[in-house]
Design a protein around this ligand. Structure first.
Ligand SMILES: [Cu+2]
Length: 232
């Protein structure tokens, strides 16, 4: 009897402690909503093919440069969608850009101000060359034995990434102060835990430019916003 009593008391204590911890978190989650950003493109995809004659074992003999990637239903991929003024979003995750097959993977990356990990999974020499202006510019060799390099980007900016060894290599890293995501091949990006109220939503594409709209975010709900980008 006594044992059972102790066990029940312990369970009750754990139960109330758990509720105490979960309570405020739930309240916090209710304060934010999801913004589903959809970007359409009214034009043809732009994909260039290029013959490669360097490091062909790893790079192949031909590469594609995907400037405008359009999926089903005219969805535009590789667009950075962000709520730049949103505070209190999810904690910054460690973001990795890989150099794989002599390409930057992913082609477009979003990160919160902080550290970026640059991977070299090709087993050949690459060279990270950034054209950052708000952040210090980087021009550093990444030899095959150096599998990862970590760089700091503290200031919001869209940074162009290139490699001086392989002239066709091109990537973009958007350092976003609020909450950001990249559209998939359906042209959709989801911004989670965006604080309720009026929020500016920005979209950026490497060749098609920038647009913004204001949305009214409702707690616990998904707000949809659509953009259309036009070819030049
Ligand atoms: Cu390279």
């Amino acid at each position: 009897m006594r044992k059972t009593f102790v066990a029940l008391t312990a369970m009750a204590l754990v139960g109330s402690a758990a509720m105490f911890v979960i309570g405020p978190r739930l309240a916090g989650a209710q304060g934010g909503g999801t913004v589903e950003v959809e970007v359409k493109y009214n034009g043809a995809p732009v994909v260039e093919k290029l013959k490669v004659n360097k490091d062909t074992e790893k790079c192949g003999t031909e590469t594609t440069i995907e400037k405008v990637v359009v999926g089903s239903n005219k969805g535009l991929a590789n667009v950075v969608a962000s709520a730049p003024n949103a505070k209190g979003g999810p904690a910054a995750k460690k973001v990795v850009v890989d150099q794989h097959g002599c390409k930057f993977v992913p082609h477009v990356t979003v990160m919160a101000p902080g550290e970026l990990e640059l991977k070299n999974s090709d087993d050949i020499l690459h060279n990270i060359h950034t054209y950052s202006t708000a952040n210090p510019a980087i021009n550093k060799a990444q030899p095959k034995f150096k599998k990862t390099m970590t760089e700091k980007f503290e200031k919001p900016e869209v940074i162009k990434l290139t490699c001086d060894v392989h002239s066709w290599m091109l990537g973009w890293v958007a350092v976003v102060p609020g909450i950001g995501a990249v559209t998939d091949t359906n042209g959709v990006a989801k911004l989670e835990n965006v604080p309720a109220g009026k929020q500016k939503i920005e979209v950026w594409h490497e060749t098609l430019g920038k647009q913004d709209k204001e949305v009214d975010v409702k707690a616990g709900q998904t707000t949809k916003v659509s953009f259309e980008m036009k070819g030049k």
